[in-house]
Design a binder for this molecule. Structure first.
Ligand code: ADP
Ligand code: ASP
Ligand code: MG
Length: 409
């Protein structure tokens, strides 16, 4: 019996008419093999970036309901074009927006979360031999307003649909062959991974590997739904993201992620007393700003310095909030540094091995890279360094942990 497959194609995979025709060919061969297919698409190429730029030309802080109404249009174009290409091949392609299907989200415009996916319509279409082609990245809230799921959110639409449909396979097609040991555009010696665990992928995605949106991995992990990440340009098996227990290999470090779009803020000379961290961070989180790495220095003279990183887009707002906090707390100056990058090494094998951190720090020292912040979790170590040293650091760590070499366990 045929399988039910959900296929999601990213922006580069639908960047122009030729790429859309290639996607239609992919679907045609799946249909010819007797399978049922539901498709989720991103907007073409950089069109989401272009729409955001346009909105910001008018207002750098656009109203978020209208921002969502605008940026969701990109996906509406690509789904209609693919349906046209499928119909040309005699396949019953039919475009759908999230609105038409009832993909329900909360009301957090520009970063909404999916609450419920109504699949009865899709199922009846599939039974009629239709290939539903669905807009990724968007949903609707309780009031019927259009929402979007955050950058890279089409991955989450794909996974959420695959889970709701109980699909046999969830395939995420992108512009690289799968998940690599590090971003292959940052380091040429990056190696394609055959498989990676949900847990490792969660850490990689949350620390900058944009190949899969974090929420997509959270969703897949929650529903124990394996995801295959593949190239829409080249044939190959790609990478299977799945439950840890199915993976035999256990390298100490599985992958390295890097991100250079954060900024570091420091509030100096705040009183070193209980409750200060909460007083500093609460107004930041109340403003909807996500805080990443946090460091509180050892106090001296009953005062301390407190440093944390945020997304660079939130820097100005965070700085304004800190200035107010500093006045109320009787603190000192605020420093802002956006010349930073964060490098993280991730691996389940770290649990069973001591000395991983020191090996990481030695490798960075050998390359004369200075570390300004360090943070760890059970299977991840992250360091903040200068932005200009990001590529050098990734290469040094990739080499130090021999990530270009296949494990022969
Ligand atoms: P899409 O438009 O298909 O969703 P994205 O640009 O969102 O594609 O994600 C794919 C990109 O993710 C790749 O081009 C690559 O530069 C980047 N990337 C970052 N880390 C990794 C990694 N570990 N493995 C593969 N790609 C990665
Ligand atoms: N088009 C949206 C973005 O560029 C969603 C996606 O591509 O996943 O972020
Ligand atoms: Mg993406």
């Amino acid at each position: 019996m045929g399988k039910l497959i959900v296929k999601k194609f990213g922006g580069t995979s639908v960047a122009d008419a030729e790429r859309i025709e290639a996607v239609a060919d992919n679907i045609e061969s799946e249909i010819n093999a007797g399978n049922k297919v539901t498709v989720v698409l991103s907007a073409m190429g950089d069109s989401t970036d272009d729409l955001i730029k346009l909105a910001k030309e008018i207002n750098p802080e656009p109203d978020l309901r209208e921002y969502d109404a605008l940026v969701s249009t990109g996906e509406q174009i690509s789904v209609a074009l693919l349906a046209i290409a499928l119909l040309k091949r005699g396949i019953k392609g039919k475009s759908y927006t999230a609105y038409q299907l009832g993909i329900k989200t909360n009301s957090s415009h520009s970063r909404a979360r999916i609450l419920d996916v109504e699949v009865s319509k899709i199922i009846s279409e599939l039974n009629e031999g239709v290939v539903p082609v669905i807009t990724g990245f968007q949903g609707m809230n309780e009031s019927g307003d259009i929402t979007t799921l955050g950058r890279g959110g089409s991955d989450t639409t794909g996974v959420a649909l695959a889970a709701a449909l109980d699909a046999d396979e969830c395939q995420i097609y992108t512009d690289v062959e799968g998940i690599f040991t590090t971003d292959p555009r940052v380091y040429g010696k990056a190696r394609l991974l055959k498989q990676v665990s949900f847990e490792e992928m969660l850490e990689l995605s949350s620390s900058g590997a944009k190949v899969l949106q974090l929420r997509a991995v959270e969703y897949a992990s929650k529903f124990n739904l394996p995801i295959r990440v593949l190239s829409s340009f080249n044939e190959g098996e790609g990478t299977l993201v799945q439950e840890e227990k199915n993976i035999m290999e256990r390298p100490i470090v599985s992958g390295i992620s890097s991100i250079d779009t954060e900024a570091k803020l420091t509030i100096r000379g705040v009183p070193d007393i209980p409750g200060v961290a909460a007083k500093i961070l609460s107004p930041i989180s109340d403003a909807g700003i996500e805080v990443d790495v946090i460091v509180q220095n050892i106090g001296a003279d009953n005062t301390t310095d407190f440093t944390f990183t945020v997304n660079e887009d939130d820097t100005k707002q965070a700085e304004e909030i800190l200035k107010k906090t500093s006045t109320t707390l009787g603190g000192g100056l605020i420093d802002v540094d956006d010349d930073i990058a964060k490098i993280s090494i991730v691996g389940r094998g770290m649990r069973a091995h001591a000395g991983v951190a020191s090996k990481m720090f030695q490798a960075l020292a050998k390359s004369e890279i200075n570390i300004s912040m360090i943070t760890t979790s059970e299977i991840k170590i992250s360091v903040v360094i200068k932005k200009s040293e990001m590529t050098k650091a990734v290469a040094a760590l990739h080499d130090a942990f021999d990530l270009d070499k296949e494990l022969d366990e």
